[in-house]
Design a protein around this ligand. Sequence first.
Ligand code: FAD
Length: 634
Amino acid sequence: MLYPETFDVIVVGGGHAGTEAALASARMGCRTLLLTHNIETLGQMSCNPSIGGIGKGHLVKEVDALGGAMAIATDEGGIQFRILNGSKGPAVRATRAQADRILYKAAIRRRLENQPNLTLFQQAVDDLIVEGDRVTGAVTQVGIRFTARAVVLTAGTFLDGRIHVGLNNYQAGRAGDPPAISLSARLKELKLPQGRLKTGTPPRLDGRTIDFSKCEEQGGDLDPVPVFSFMGRADMHPAQMPCWVTHTNERTHEIIRSGFDRSPMFTGKIEGVGPRYCPSVEDKVNRFADKESHQIFLEPEGLSTNEYYPNGISTSLPFDIQYQLVRSMAGLEHAHILRPGYAIEYDYFDPRSLKSNFETRSIEGLFFAGQINGTTGYEEAAAQGLFAGINAALKCRGDSPWLPGRDEAYLGVLVDDLITKGVTEPYRMFTSRAEFRLQLREDNADLRLTEAGRKLGLVDDVRWDSFSRKRDAVSRETQRLASVWVNPRNLPAAESERVLGKAIEHEYNLGDLLRRPDVDYSALMSLAGGVYANPEISREHLGELLEPVIEQIDIAAKYSGYIDRQRDEVERSAHYENLKLPDDLDYSQVTALSFEVRQKLNKHRPETLGMASRISGVTPAAVSLLLVHLKKTR
Ligand code: FAD
């Protein structure tokens, strides 16, 4: 049957990428259809019940600054919040939350069900409708044909998915969900370059059978309790729960080693490469053979369940080994496994075959986002989904793509890394991937992106009003601080010693004083009985925005010197960053370049010189030679 209504954008898959893609496209006014296997699993966390962390939290804040759902759903479903790296510089500080997976899913579903312009439909997609080199729709398992001008594919770990537990294996998308076999075959037929990756998950435990008195308690931050969304409030969190810590020991490691001969990883049953940064416990014991113990976090899965997620023992060893290894740890001697751990292998597509807007180069209108692009993690998926949803909507509107730079957002770093470098293992975000990380902080994600989001049509009036008040207050106060001068005549020495540590010797403006590492805004405003304080920077005027405004003024002052230096670097590299490389450039003719570099450039065909510079093996010297060649020939 041909479905009577036609859509602008169809999103296939209701995971973290698909839900953000569908919401973004619909917010931008496009008639959007979200097709997914099962409406009950919208926003499901396949693995750990937590959101954020270093690099990942940065992405979540950016998704939020663009009006996305992940951060606010975490605020509504979060049961433990922490600021990681709290004592380090603001650039590497990151928010991490444990989520009640049921409440999280409900928060996502509520947003999807109430989003204007968005239609949900439950059914597996088995085929794409492709006319010439254009996608025009998708066909479901029972033959319903939905048509659209763009299709965003976010099938996660489901394409030709195969679960492994020991030497047993079977086809599945993740435990309890069907795989996407027909769609995988169709994509192979379309000759989109693909490979296999794998990821794994630990067994889940029944909390009633855990002896928590033998574990260390780890609570969240309570003063204050952090929030994820710029629109979030701590009173949205349902309750706070502790996590617990136990450890593997020599006995655990012996048990694990005794299962190596039945491990699908070590016996070659699994071919796909797994995430190096999230290794299975057997991988850890094998690679770090001299380590006597590994820390295991017991994380609650929610308020209404006894289920616990033992973070650190992801495994695909046979079940009898899983059973023994769990019971070898303190507090887990009698633990009952509710669900076995497993590894899953699945198809991914080489992201270097995508354009910079995530549209496939070979099929117009077909966009890929999420784990299908070789990444791992909910946050990476959500950020890509939002990006693909925006660009699919822009394409339908006939507008140019939206492409944030590497100096504007982690989202820009993520997209650029994927399309230029591709992946050799599941890609996850780290702050070290961003060369401009001093300016890409969690705290200023809104100041970096919300205006762009508003222009794109992603940001509603409530968020825009709140953001505008914050931005304007920060900007007015920063200007005021630069215009208020103190000198040894009008500032008594005792006062200056109290706040600044020593008497000032000549005239300074307040902005200069705030740049000093040990002077913060509140202390500065207490100078001389508060005569320099601004009554507009008060709870009465700013309400909940007060702390974020003060934080921003403080951080901007402390970082301004470093950021200026970094900005110079950005500007210096910008002159070649965006220089377009001609589509018809035959790199094999650029004989000044080494054979390897010519081969790489011909293979990846970067769109700009900046993208070329980030292909592994393309050195700064090669980039200079390419520049010389372009100047000579064009
Ligand atoms: P998914 O969340 O997988 O969502 C895909 C969605 O598409 C699902 O709703 C599915 O039903 C739907 N779908 C697929 N095919 C079709 C079709 N043909 N028709 C209709 N609907 C379809 N991440 C980490 O960061 N750390 C980890 O340790 C980790 N371990 C993991 C372990 C396992 C076993 C699994 C399965 C995942 C793990 N992940 C881990 C990855 C994390 O779950 C993913 O990165 C994230 O969920 C990807 O989001 P996504 O939206 O791309 O795909």
